[in-house]
Design a protein around this ligand. Structure first.
Ligand code: DNO
Ligand code: MN
Length: 358
């Protein structure tokens, strides 16, 4: 297990690499180049510059999150082949600089969704929540909310150039149902996985957040059977999963412990986002993002890590979203302090698992 933290780049993140390097247990960063639009090739010079910067801080760069998939690929337009070729070039370029895992998602139009980006806990820490009745029928209202909350930093998956296109995109997806989206996903995987195998990269899909359809858009990375379908459609260790405990557990019908155990055992989880959520009494699927420690949320973090440990997990982990605490401001979910506490706590649980085994 190698502990990491996500970092958005010097121009896009208030958190400094030097601060991440001081977090006990954290060995590497999960990197990103924010200003390359989905569909374009990641140039070698940019990757090299990122790697050099990260390594100069004493950290490693083995995981990228995300190389986003152009919507034409998800919609299945004829232009997809051009974007797939670009994606393959990016895979080759990243591999050349030692990247092992590429995290991505296959959600139509936008990435994760929350109803509240400034949800306050009793201790006045700031977190994010999903309350179904507060999700407006019009996605534009959500977009306006995200833009108002981002404090000058674009949120992951909600990059401005995508937001401006949202109305057009919704229209483009009108004939894409779940079966079609799956077909387009298979087409993409069949095209890129041979390249991944050749250069030693693992593509690791992040579950849909939340893991059920929103605004009538289809979703195909929602549960155990979807993950099984993905692993089988191209049966290769390069075709893998970023198991995000928070996202998968957002549907109470999902057994996050069993899913973790099964896919670690199948050697399909090279990267995990480990975070806790706390279900709210207001609705079956309503929750907020809780501090990592088990007692604050609805998930048993020891049980999650034990499922990983017992099945031989040897990939990368990162704490996922943290609260804003101690006066910190910035991109919701991605402050330094609470994620550092999360990393430290998860490392402690892992040490206990290792020692209990001796
Ligand atoms: C949220 C993240 C997601 C994740 C993407 C992967 O903070 O977990 O935005 O990076 O879905 O493509
Ligand atoms: Mn996640």
């Amino acid at each position: 297990m190698e502990m990491t933290m996500r970092w958005f780049g010097a121009n896009a993140d208030k958190v400094k690499l030097a601060d991440i390097a001081q977090v006990p247990g954290v060995k590497g960063v999960v990197g990103m180049i924010m200003d390359i639009p989905a569909g374009e090739v990641w140039p070698k010079e940019r990757i090299k510059a990122l790697k050099d910067e990260v390594e100069a801080a004493g950290l490693t760069l083995k995981v990228i999150e995300s190389v986003n998939i152009h919507d034409d690929i998800k919609i299945g337009l004829p232009t997809r082949d051009k974007y797939i070729e670009n994606y393959k070039t990016t895979i080759r370029n990243l591999a050349e600089f030692g990247i092992e895992v590429i995290c991505y998602n296959f959600m139509p139009v936008f990435d994760w969704l929350k109803s509240d980006l400034d949800y306050r806990l009793a201790d006045n820490s700031q977190t994010m929540a999903f309350v179904a009745k507060d999700i407006p029928a019009d996605p534009q209202v959500i977009i306006d909310r995200v833009q108002a909350a981002d404090g000058g930093f674009s949120l992951p998956g909600w990059e401005p150039e995508r937001l401006s296109e949202v109305k057009r995109l919704f229209d483009a997806y009108k004939d894409v149902d779940e079966a079609k989206l799956r077909e387009n996903f298979a087409y993409f995987l069949k095209a890129i996985i041979p390249t991944c195998e050749e250069v030693g990269i693992k593509m690791a899909v992040h579950p849909d957040d939340p893991p059920y359809p929103m605004f009538g858009l289809p979703r195909v990375v929602k549960n155990r059977d979807d993950l099984d379908w993905i692993c089988n459609v191209v049966d290769s260790p390069s075709n893998a999963i970023t198991l995000c405990t928070g996202s998968i557990a957002e549907d109470p019908a999902n057994d996050v412990y069993a899913i973790m155990a099964e896919f670690v055992k199948r050697d399909r989880i090279p990267f995990a986002h480990v975070r806790n959520i706390k279900f709210l009494p207001s609705g079956e699927k309503d929750f907020y993002e809780a501090p990592h420690k088990s007692e604050y949320g609805s998930l048993d973090m020891h049980k999650i890590l034990k499922a990983m440990y017992d099945n031989g997990f040897d990939g990368y982990i990162r704490p996922d979203h943290g609260r804003m605490i101690w006066g910190e401001t910035g991109r919701p979910g991605y402050g330094l302090f609470d994620r550092a506490l999360g990393a430290s706590y998860l490392s402690g649980l892992w040490e206990a698992l290792e020692k209990a085994d001796k």
